[in-house]
Design a protein around this ligand. Sequence first.
Ligand SMILES: [Zn+2]
Length: 314
Amino acid sequence: MSSGIYPDFLHRRFSRLLFRHSPWRAPLSINPTSSLAPGQLPAPNTTYYTSTYEYVLTTSITHLMPPPTPKYFQLAMSPAAPPPSSTPKPKRTPLLRLELRDLSQPGAQSFLSSLSAPTALEEAVAGVLSYLYRGLPRHCIPPTRSVTLVLRSMPGVAYTAGKDLDDDHKEIHFSTDYIAGVPESRRRAEMLGVIRHEMVHCWQWNALGTAPGGLIEGIADWVRLRSGLVPPHWKQESDGDWDAGYQHTGYFLEYLEKRFGEGSVRRVNEALREQKYEEESFWEDLFSEKVGKLWEDYGESFGKEKLEEKKQKS
Ligand SMILES: [Zn+2]
């Protein structure tokens, strides 16, 4: 049964390439970053998406050159947003599991000493469900039955995938090498932020596999943003395309949430539940505007904010 969760779609379509040619399985005979400039997102609806892109991008961090927007580094953290009042309950409480592949890895030890795994995972699930499903009936929540956090040595930061035999069982793979490389002062916050982002992929809809990857990633980073787990390098920007993904799209979604009211991003996710994504009608049905116009409006409002900030400083 298809859960409609993006990473599974990714997993089915991409796993062969990802795993067969991945550097932790075989010599780096094919480098998925080779066709992409650092920081460049793949074209929409190609197989290079979601967690794969995280893999691609972070490969560039570790092996190639510093990308223009370093991913997932976190300094002082803004205080966490207060948790939404009531947490929606899925039909079945998901089984949460932790798998440590190698306890001798410094990243694994650091994870154990700085986080309570049950609390971190439970809070991530509750936070994601609150932001995406509050006030919606239970059948709107994906039937995710288990989430396993796998800590292991691998290139990149993290990715999420469903199991081959049953899409409702999710695995978040998180790199112990990456964890060990984050300065200790911000390691805990960074781990929580990455887990929050990946947990969104375990519970979000993807328009039956047709949603733009940038929107899927934007929703994941929007939840991270709302959860007060913003890394210090994140920048709000309004150039480029609305669906460039990650925080770029996450901040755009935050603009929509503020402009059209609390629950706007929840409506976006809900609209991705059962129907295929048709760009024109999708945004018009939700916000009575085309997404290009919304993106323009965002750019204008953002420009005004910047001007006012400048005036106040001078
Ligand atoms: Zn992601």
